[in-house]
Design a protein around this ligand. Sequence first.
Ligand SMILES: C[S@@+](CC[C@H](N)C(=O)[O-])C[C@H]1O[C@@H](n2cnc3c(N)ncnc32)[C@H](O)[C@@H]1O
Length: 252
Amino acid sequence: MIVDVVSIFPSMFEGPLSASIVGLAQERGLLEVRCHDLRDWTHDRHRSTDDSPYGGGPGMVMKPQPLFEAVEAVQALEDEPGKVVFFTPAGVPFTQTIAEELSGEERLVMVCGRYEGFDERVLSLADVDLSIGDYVLTGGELPAMVVIDAVTRLLHGVLGHEDSSADESFSDGLLEYPQYTRPSVYRGMEVPEVLRSGDHARIEAWRREQSIRKTARVRPELLERLPLSADDRRIIEDELATPLISATTGTD
Ligand SMILES: C[S@@+](CC[C@H](N)C(=O)[O-])C[C@H]1O[C@@H](n2cnc3c(N)ncnc32)[C@H](O)[C@@H]1O
C-alpha cells in the first residue's frame, strides 16, 4: 500500500512511523509512506496556507488553493488516484471496520488540517473525512498516524500470525477477552484454571463470556449491534448486577 500524507509538518511522521510494525512493514515493502509539505504548493513569499475566516471569528482557516493543488499533484504521482482521507473532529468516527475497509485499498492520500480547520470547499476532494475521537487536537498529523498504524497491521503479511488481528477488540464487535502469559501465579494472582486446562472448547467459551462481560461493562452500546443469544443475555445481566466500582477494584 502507498500512503501519501499532506501536512505542514511532514517531519512529525519520521520518528513514529519508523519504529515497530509500521517501520517493519515499510522495510519489507508492504507499505510506503510519503510525506509532502503543503507549503510546496503555495505561491506567495510567506508560503502561507491559512487566511482569516469569512464572517469573522477567532483563528485562521486553511486556504483552498494550496490544498487543491497539493491533492491533485499527489494523486497524479500514480496511475491509481487513491482514496482521499481528510481529518477533522467533525468527521465520521474512525472504527476498526473503517480500518478494515481502508486496508483493502492500494493507495491512500491523507490530508492533515491545522489552525481552525479547512475551507469547507476543500472537503469536496475527500472520499471520507475521519475523526479519531470526540476531542480537538491541534492538527491532523496524529490522527493520520493513528489511521496508518491501525490500517498497516491489517495489511496482508504485516503481522507474524495472520489471526493476530482477527481475534482482537472490535473485530467481532466485542472487546477482547483478558490475556495472560507466564508465570501462572504472580504476586498471588493466578491465571484462570480454564486457560491452563488445554480444553479448547472450554477456553473458547470462557473467552467469549469474558468478552461479553467486558463489553457490557465498559462499552454497552457495542452490544446493541450484535445478535445475542439467551445465554449471552444472562451473562450480561449477571455482569451488570455488580456495581461498577466494586467490579473494577475487585472488592465487594
Ligand atoms: C484545531 S483542529 C480544528 C478544529 C475545528 N475548528 C473544529 O472545531 O472542528 C485543527 C485540525 O486538527 C485535526 N484534528 C483535530 N482533532 C481531530 C480529531 N479528533 N480527529 C481528526 N482530526 C482532528 C483536523 O485536521 C483539524 O482540521
